[in-house]
Write a protein that binds this ligand. Structure first.
Ligand code: 5AD
Length: 446
């Protein structure tokens, strides 16, 4: 068999795509190798969300150039979002690249690789194509938790974001194909799925007949043997009461909601074209907490968006404190080619962005630490997923609200079990616990 080395940057959807590619290429007699030097084919799955992500790829391509000099027959391909956005730059800055293809072409990866090998000149494939559910099984070991792409693309046109240009229009996979994929995963031992989409709560609007994420939850919930359903990423813009109700009513849907806020300032939200105000966002949080008091929230924040003042930044700090997030991902605004915000006046200086980033992380540490502290003494449902990173004598797992819990349970429970753990110590980034006795079995979740 020929050897394939896959390098993946970026989001969960890229991880998912890389696995599909590995599955498809296995059907063409390629097996995965960790050793780039031994590979006949190297594919770099890329991210274009921020400039830093792109720079990482160019530096990796520089490394691969040296490798290819020693093995000229090696084929190097670049796939994913940067391929779509930066095709000309890739061939200019990295002329040793043989193949560039965007996510719509993933289903045809086998043919594209063959073409690149046969023709001996660069192959480019970045056109639009219908969404295809790839059924090739990933060659990686069966796993407890898996990502499942349910839709792709985004039509929100936030002014900072390249995704509408890299992943195209919103296109959903039919529910039956998703359920079939999840049934296959569960047969292989999977207990938790994360349904993926760039605006996953817009799922199904484009299908005939139309459907929605609430309906999909119900269908996936019926898959016997599956324990947990998560989903990401949502947009506050089309977060409906129906979805909020489904989060309460569908048993396997976990009490964890990733809801990007981006900024706490109405003026900035408006310039970002986010389609909601801070008041509306707070109403959504209140409705979600009302439906499910144990709900944990995480979010994404951009600091240094064009025109962001100290007062705007203070409004973001205030929102983080008010919502009380369990986790916050902070990003410095990055100018993306072709997006409206890239040419807005009043770009914020790098040192100001860095300073706000640092200050916000301090706030996040305090707020998320306080959220963690609230869990001390509670008994929580934990899906055991491995051993503790610090102490191999201990087991580790995650709560439904997505917190890591380390506990002593060796010999009593095994990976894949769902157990109840009493939290004995709540550290900022993880919990410590003990297996609950039957009397403690009341759990802080639905
Ligand atoms: N600059 C910085 N962060 C960005 N994100 C998206 N585009 C940009 C950009 N141009 C962030 C948003 C989004 C997350 C995935 O990446 O916060 O939710």
């Amino acid at each position: 068999m020929a050897k394939l080395h896959l390098i993946t940057y970026g989001c969960q959807m890229n991880e998912y795509d890389s696995e599909r590619v590995a599955g498809l290429l296995r059907e063409r007699q390629y097996e995965l190798t960790d050793d780039a030097g031994a590979a006949d084919l190297i594919l770099v799955n890329t991210c274009a969300i921020r400039e830093k992500a792109e720079e990482k790829v160019f530096s990796k391509l520089g490394e691969l150039k040296r490798l290819k000099a020693t093995r000229p027959e090696m084929v190097i391909g670049v796939m994913g979002c940067m391929a779509q956005l930066q095709q000309a730059t890739i061939f200019r800055r990295a002329p040793h690249v043989d193949l560039v293809f965007g996510s719509p072409a993933i289903a045809r990866v086998g043919d594209l690789v063959e073409r690149a090998r046969r023709e001996g000149r660069p192959v480019l494939e970045t056109g639009e194509a219908p969404l295809v559910k790839i059924t090739a099984k990933p060659p990686t070991a069966d796993r407890l938790k898996a990502f499942v792409t349910v839709m792709e693309g985004c039509e929100k046109h936030c002014t900072f974001c390249v995704v509408p240009r890299t992943r195209g229009r919103e296109r959903s996979h039919p529910p039956a194909a998703i359920v079939a994929e999840i049934e296959g995963l569960v047969a292989g031992g999977c207990r938790e799925v994360t349904l993926l989409g760039q605006t996953v709560n817009a799922y199904g609007r484009d299908l005939i007949p139309p459907t929605d994420l609430a309906e999909l939850f119900a269908r996936v919930n019926d898959v016997a043997g599956l324990q947990r359903i998560r989903f990401t990423t949502s947009n506050p813009y089309n977060l409906t009461p129906r979805l909020i109700r489904a989060m309460r009513e569908v048993p396997k849907v976990c009490e964890w909601f990733h809801l990007p806020l981006q900024s706490g300032s109405d003026a900035v939200l408006e310039r970002m074209n986010r389609g909601y105000t801070r008041a509306h966002y707070l109403d959504l949080i209140a409705a979600l907490r009302d439906a499910e008091p144990a709900m944990a929230f995480s979010t994404d924040i951009i600091v240094g968006f064009p025109g962001e003042t100290e007062a705007d930044f203070a409004a973001t700090v205030e929102m983080i404190e008010r919502v009380g997030y369990d986790n916050v991902f902070v990003f410095r605004y990055s100018r993306r080619p072709g997006t409206p915000a890239a040419t807005m006046p009043e770009q914020v200086a790098d040192d100001v962005k860095a300073d706000r980033n640092r200050r916000l992380l301090q706030v996040v540490e305090r707020v998320t630490g306080a959220q963690s502290a609230r869990l001390a003494g509670r008994t929580m449902e934990v899906l055991v997923d491995g051993v503790s990173r610090r102490n191999p004598g201990e087991l580790a797992g995650r709560t439904r609200c997505n917190r890591v819990v380390n506990f002593d349970g060796q010999g009593q429970v095994v990976v894949g079990d769902v157990v109840r753990v009493r939290v004995t110590e709540a550290l900022p980034h993880s919990l410590r616990g003990a297996l609950a006795t039957p009397e403690e079995a009341v759990c802080w979740s639905k």
